[in-house]
Write a new protein. Sequence first.
Length: 261
Amino acid sequence: MVVLAVAALLGQVDAGTLTPAASLIAQTSRRELVVQLLDDGRHVRFGTDGRGAVNTWRPQTYKPETALTVVYVHGFFDNADTAFWGHHLAEQFRDSARNALFIVPEAPSWRTDDVVWRDLDELLAATEKQARVTLPKGPVWVIAHSGAYRTAQAWLSNPKVERVILLDALYSADDDFTAWVKADGATHRLTVIGFETAQRTEWFLRAHPNAVKLDDVPFLYDLWKPALTTAPVLYLQSERFGHMELVTSGRVLPVLLHSLK
């Protein structure tokens, strides 16, 4: 089963009209488990029945008592494996120097795919059981790229979620994200990075007159002032990083994860 899944990623299995996510889901079972030391941390990939693969990574210095849970949700044209390996997510997580458990679950890879994990608690429980890891005591951050806004939208009702980062992902659900931020201004924080979605995000910000806005993504740590790191709504218009470069360049994710509070 593992061989088939890897072969599918390499284009060696005819998946017919299935999307990348649906193809991997169809070839994955809960019998799959891979554990390895990778990039100064521990990588665990486990399979599920009907929900595909989940990749997790945690640093060697991981301390669950003070850690965050960071769930990274991939966008269209990818699946949990192509995003984890193709976007070098383990290296980016490592470079953030963040004490966190990083989880990369399966998600829609096209409009026809259903949201795979509608219940965040089910994903966390599966991770704890199958990856055999102690879950962090801290809050959950959700990072959604592109079409992953649908999964983030489904998780807004979960009280564990304290920060949502939309990486060029504000294509819809404006009212839901607005309501979530305004429901708890003390703890709910929304960060929006816009490239293809820049114009649409400007309309969204009309409902958030106090949002902090920058014309680019600061890539030096000393540029991240407290007004940025703790803003309830932070908007960064990306001038230097395109839609895919936001997640593949290795310059954006680490600085966001390291700097935001």
